[in-house]
Design a protein around this ligand. Structure first.
Ligand SMILES: N[C@@H](CCC(=O)N[C@@H](CS)C(=O)NCC(=O)O)C(=O)O
Length: 184
């Protein structure tokens, strides 16, 4: 989404996790996506790719928000919330965990605090979209998709509205095209 927003042209190589191309593993042996190879550098963390793209162009000032508040939200998302999201998505991998505890943990840690913020502003850090919304939205989308009805039934009105707005956004829909699988 950030590459598109910054009008950066790139070659999109869709890969299969079960059959990762050697060319990708040579660049980034950890084998996760996304990987961006640019100007002789390899960026293989989503946030690094976002930062790199925003340095190139940031027409709507996505970075015009408080750095330490932004960082705190993204760290909460990528750290403890991601752990809970995986536990919620793959209950079979965590048979020792009570699913209600996992769900309540995610609500208390992330969903409720986000909903609270979004009651008084359209976006997480104000009335203007920022890189933090874009960094976190895919994770909330995944969380909602695990059990859409359960998510819909949660009294998180402002969060649901925020999610819906991102799902319907031109930017998100512009990058959701299916691509053929690339192989070496
Ligand atoms: N911290 C990394 C995480 C990347 C990551 O875990 N990507 C997942 C897909 S969302 C992946 O590539 N998994 C590879 C696999 O499951 O084999 C980032 O933000 O780029």
């Amino acid at each position: 989404m950030t590459l598109k927003y910054a009008s950066i042209e790139y070659e999109h190589r869709e890969i299969e996790f079960r059959n990762k191309p050697q060319a990708m593993l040579l660049l980034s042996p950890k084998g996760t996506v996304p990987v961006l190879c640019v100007d002789g550098r390899v960026l293989d963390q989503s946030l690094d790719i976002m930062r790199w793209a925003l340095e190139k162009a940031d027409p709507d000032d996505w970075r015009g928000v408080d750095e330490s508040i932004s960082q705190a939200w993204v760290e909460r998302n990528d750290g403890p919330f991601k752990v809970l999201l995986d536990q919620y998505k793959y209950p079979n991998r965590f048979p020792q965990l009570n699913q209600d505890d996992v769900l309540n943990g995610a609500i208390d840690l992330m969903l409720d605090p986000m909903d609270h913020l979004l009651r008084s502003s359209t976006y997480l850090l104000g009335n203007k979209i920022s890189w933090v919304d874009v960094a976190i939205f895919p994770f909330i989308r995944q969380f909602a998709a695990v059990n859409p009805q359960r998510f819909e039934d949660m009294p998180l009105t402002s969060l649901k509205k925020w999610l819906q707005q991102h799902l319907e956004s031109e930017l998100f829909n512009a990058v959701m095209d299916k691509h053929p699988t690339w192989t070496d």
